[in-house]
Design a protein around this ligand. Structure first.
Ligand SMILES: *Cc1c(COP(=O)(O)O)cnc(C)c1O
Length: 277
C-alpha cells in the first residue's frame, strides 16, 4: 500500500534511498526535473535531510503538482513547453556538489525498493505472483531484485502499462530495447518512451508478463478503489488495479497475489470523474 507513504507513492522508497546515499557522499543540493511523484519525493526527502532541492518542471505541469512540491520547501522553476526543455535546464543548473536525481534509471533507486519485498516476506507471505505498474521500470527493477534476494526469482511478475505508455511491451515484443515514438493518455506517470535498460534485460531473463489496459479501465479501477478503500490513487496505479478488478489474469483461489498499490499524488477525484475515454 505504497499510496500511504507521506509522498504518496513508492518513490518515497526509491528516491529517499538514493538521496540518502548521495547525501552521505556529500551532495549539497538535489536537482530533479520531474513534476510528478519523483519530484515530490525528492522535495520531501530533501526537507527531511535538510538539503535544498530544485525541481524544474515544464509549463504543462499542473498547478497542484507545483504547489505540492513547493509545500515541501523545494524551489520550483517552471521552464519550457515539455519535459525535454525542463530537463535540459535542470542539467545545466548542476554544479559540483549538486546531484541530479533520476526518476527511474539509477541502481540506488532500485535498491531502495528491495525492502518492500523484505517486508512482505517478514509478514510471512510468499507471493505466488506479483502485479505492478511499469513506467520507466524502477519499480519492476527493485521488486525483481527483492524477489531474487529471497530466492523467489521464479515468481511470475505481471507488468502493467496503459495503451499509450506501453514501452516495456514494445521492447518485449521486439525482443530489443526500443523507444516509442510518442506516449499518450491519462497515465502520465507511466509515460516513459523507453524503459531503463535494466528493466528490459529483466524482461528477457525472468518470468515477466506484459499486460496492457486502456485509460478507461485504469480510471474505472481508481474509482472502484476509492469506494473500496477510501483511497485515491493515480491512473498509473489504477492500471494495475484494473487487471485485478477486471480479472484479466486467472489466479487460483489459493494464490497469494502481491499487488503493488504504487499510489501517486497527481490526481483529483474531479479529474477522474471527468475523464471520458
Ligand atoms: C513512478 C511511478 C510509476 C512507474 O514507476 P517506474 O519505476 O517508472 O516504472 C507508477 N506509479 C506511480 C504512482 C509512480 O509514481
Amino acid at each position: 500500500m505504497e499510496a500511504l507513504q507521506p509522498a504518496a507513492s513508492f518513490k518515497q522508497r526509491s528516491i529517499s534511498y538514493a538521496c540518502q546515499k548521495y547525501f552521505e557522499q556529500g551532495a549539497q543540493r538535489f536537482v530533479s526535473s520531474s513534476g510528478g511523484n519523483a519530484g515530490l519525493a525528492v522535495a520531501y526527502t530533501g526537507r527531511q535531510l535538510g538539503v535544498p532541492v530544485t525541481v524544474v518542471v515544464p509549463e504543462t505541469t499542473a498547478q497542484r503538482a507545483r504547489e505540492l512540491i513547493a509545500q515541501q520547501g523545494a524551489e520550483v522553476i517552471v521552464h519550457g513547453t515539455s519535459w525535454v526543455e525542463a530537463n535540459a535546464l535542470a542539467q545545466s543548473l548542476i554544479t559540483q556538489n549538486d546531484v541530479f536525481i533520476h526518476p527511474f534509471d539509477d541502481p540506488l533507486l532500485w535498491d531502495g525498493i528491495i525492502p518492500m519485498i523484505d517486508e512482505v516476506i517478514a509478514e510471512g507471505v510468499i507471493p505466488d505472483a506479483v502485479v505492478l505498474s511499469v513506467g520507466g521500470g524502477s519499480l519492476l527493477s527493485g521488486v525483481v531484485a527483492g524477489l531474487n534476494k529471497h530466492g523467489l526469482g521464479h515468481v511470475p511478475v505481471y507488468a502493467v502499462e496503459t495503451q499509450g505508455t506501453a514501452s516495456l511491451n514494445a521492447s518485449m515484443i521486439a525482443q530489443q530495447h526500443v523507444e516509442l515514438d510518442c506516449v499518450s493518455g491519462i497515465a502520465t506517470t507511466l509515460a516513459a518512451k523507453k524503459v531503463c535498460q535494466n528493466a528490459f534485460e529483466l524482461s528477457q531473463q525472468f518470468d515477466i508478463h506484459s499486460r496492457i489496459v486502456s485509460d478507461q479501465e485504469a480510471v474505472n479501477a481508481c474509482l472502484k478503489f476509492v469506494d473500496d478503500h477510501r483511497l485515491l490513487v493515480e491512473p498509473a496505479c489504477g492500471a494495475t488495479l484494473s487487471v485485478l478488478y477486471d480479472q484479466k489474469i486467472q489466479f487460483k483461489l489459493s494464490d497469494q497475489v502481491l499487488v503493488i498499490v504504487c499510489g501517486g499524488a497527481g490526481i483529483t477525484l474531479e479529474t477522474l470523474q471527468g475523464f471520458n475515454g
